[in-house]
Design a protein around this ligand. Structure first.
Ligand code: DAK
Length: 258
């Protein structure tokens, strides 16, 4: 598929995809979701990609769902538009490699929901965050009501959802919505350093961390711990990653992952 909105690149196993529709502050339209579905499928099929970074072009990461496209929809079409986005974000979340949102500017509404489908978030000091749907007489449509309270807790989530306040990077860091904040010109370089650092770790272990944490969140504690124990065991044994990592430590050398 030829992309009009997404700009993908890959260097040394790190994929970066830039959302580029700057005239509309990268607002999410149907075309975006079609391209993103195609892109996610291509990343899934490329085992050389170790980490994916998503960012936006210009002064926004993504300023929300495309209001101009949504305005004429009836209830049924609105639900269909919502399901389309939910499915895309869910398949992004289910990619087995780490996905980082590098938030360069506005991350509002559907844009913030997109970042929350990533594994963690870095941000520029200029980034702004909010769920402004109630300003439009709407509620989030891409599972923001579900992911935001899981990430930041009920109080901060309901505050953001009810007031539609836009918060800056410092507040986002304080409530745990983002994990690192950098000067705008350093955002990509620093985020790529994080991505490279992760890419140097045991690749199966990194994938299992993601899988066990995400699946475990939907389970009770004991079932989650059992899931951990089962997966822990899968890294042992001749030819397995844990064996190599521990041997390398004891032999004072760098591990050689397969
Ligand atoms: N959609 C479409 N166009 C947008 C847009 C958006 N979300 N945000 C900005 N733009 C467009 C503007 O209309 C403007 O276009 P032109 O007038 O130049 O043609 C251009 O981008 C530049 O924007 P501004 O001139 O407004 O730029 P400023 O720097 O002055 O302001 C701003 C930046 C981010 C504060 C402002 O643009 C703004 O408030 N934007 C809207 C933010 C917003 O409310 N976003 C949340 C959208 S609601 C659902 C599915 C999904 C959702 C809900 C329900 N179901 C189907 C149930 C999700 C909803 C949302 O995401």
């Amino acid at each position: 598929m030829k992309y009009e909105i997404l700009k993908p690149e890959v260097n040394d196993g790190i994929a970066v995809v830039t959302i580029s529709r700057p005239k509309a502050l990268n607002a999410l339209n149907t075309r975006f979701f079609q391209e993103m579905d195609d892109y996610i499928a291509s990343v899934k099929n490329d085992s050389s990609i170790k980490v994916l970074v998503i960012t936006g072009e210009g002064k926004a990461f993504v300023a929300g769902a495309d209001i101009a496209e949504m305005v004429d929809k009836n209830g049924e079409e609105g639900s269909a538009f919502s399901r389309l986005g939910q499915a895309t974000f869910r398949s992004l979340e289910k990619l087995n490699i780490p996905v980082i949102a590098a938030i360069n500017g506005f991350a509002l509404g559907g844009g913030l929901e997109l970042t929350m489908a990533c594994d963690f978030r870095t941000a520029s000091t200029k980034a702004k965050f909010g769920q402004p749907e109630v300003n439009l007489g709407l509620i989030p449509g891409y599972a923001g009501t579900q992911r935001l309270p899981r990430l930041v807790g009920q109080g901060d989530a309901l505050y953001l959802l009810m007031t539609a306040d836009m918060i800056g990077a410092d507040d986002a860091l304080r409530i745990g919505l983002v994990q690192k904040v950098f000067e705008p010109e350093a955002l990509m370089e620093e985020t790529l350093k994080i991505a490279k650092n992760i890419a140097s770790k045991g690749p199966n272990a990194v994938k299992l961390v993601k899988q066990v944490v995400r699946q475990g969140l939907g389970m009770d504690f004991d079932k989650g711990s059992e899931l951990e124990a089962k997966n822990f065991g899968s890294l042992f044994g001749e030819g397995n990653e844990g064996k190599e990592g521990m041997a390398a430590f004891l032999e004072k050398r760098k591990p050689e992952w397969n």
